[in-house]
Design a protein around this ligand. Structure first.
Ligand code: TYD
Length: 198
């Protein structure tokens, strides 16, 4: 049964807005849902998020801190919630490390797979909000302050998007690819169709 769901996409894909709608739709169907995020989701994870989003650092340190936040999150939040029968929706998870640190920054894919072996739970379903990079960039232009990742150039996000596609290609059964360039209402229709299957 589908219980652990992750949301992924390049910055500006609109996943956070859709996540709130999706969580409410599940709650209306009577599911007990918790919403969480990465990096973050625990007191330590939120401190690491602050550092990761603002402090320049080496590629390896960035990858390991992302996974440090993740391991804490899995142990303190995700596994206990799943054990108590809750549904867990996480705004980003391991796929983001492959897309951003792997494809975006250029960290070796196999090294990331070694780090992923520390993660004891995998999502049952990942919604990948796919959008052309120009569309995502245009949406971000309204933000007043951009973090260290959002400040990257267009080519970085092209690589990140390609990294997500590579992950989908490696394990297609786990993903639902959402056309996030469409209107809010049209994306919600795509989400409603997914909810009908879970
Ligand atoms: P994001 O989830 O987009 O939050 P917000 O909507 O508040 O901006 O921000 C998290 C950033 O962290 C995003 O730019 C992607 C990056 N990130 C990684 O590079 N690797 C990871 O493993 C994770 C979880 C996130």
């Amino acid at each position: 049964m589908t219980k652990f769901i992750t949301f992924e996409g390049v910055d500006g894909a609109g996943k956070s807005t859709h996540l709130a709608w999706f969580a409410d739709a599940l709650r209306q169907r009577g599911m007990d849902v918790i919403v969480t995020r990465e990096p973050g989701g625990t007191p330590l994870g939120e401190q690491l998020r602050e550092i990761l989003l603002n402090q320049p650092m080496s590629m390896g340190a960035e990858a390991m801190l992302m996974f440090a936040s993740r391991l804490e999150h899995v142990e303190q939040v995700i596994v206990p919630a799943l054990h108590s029968g809750k549904w867990v929706i996480s705004d980003r998870f391991s796929d983001a490390s492959f897309a951003y640190q792997g494809a975006g920054r250029g960290m070796d894919w196999d090294k990331l797979k070694e780090l992923e072996r520390w993660v004891t739970v995998q999502p049952d379903l990942t919604l990948f909000f796919d959008v052309p990079v120009e569309v995502a960039r245009a949406r971000l232009a309204n933000n007043v302050s951009l973090d260290r990742f959002e400040q990257e150039q267009g080519e970085f996000f092209e690589r990140v998007r390609a990294g997500y596609h590579r992950r989908v290609h490696e394990k297609p059964a786990r993903y639902a690819v959402i056309d996030a360039a469409q209107s809010l209402a049209a994306v919600q229709q795509q989400l409603a169709a997914i909810i009908a299957t879970i």
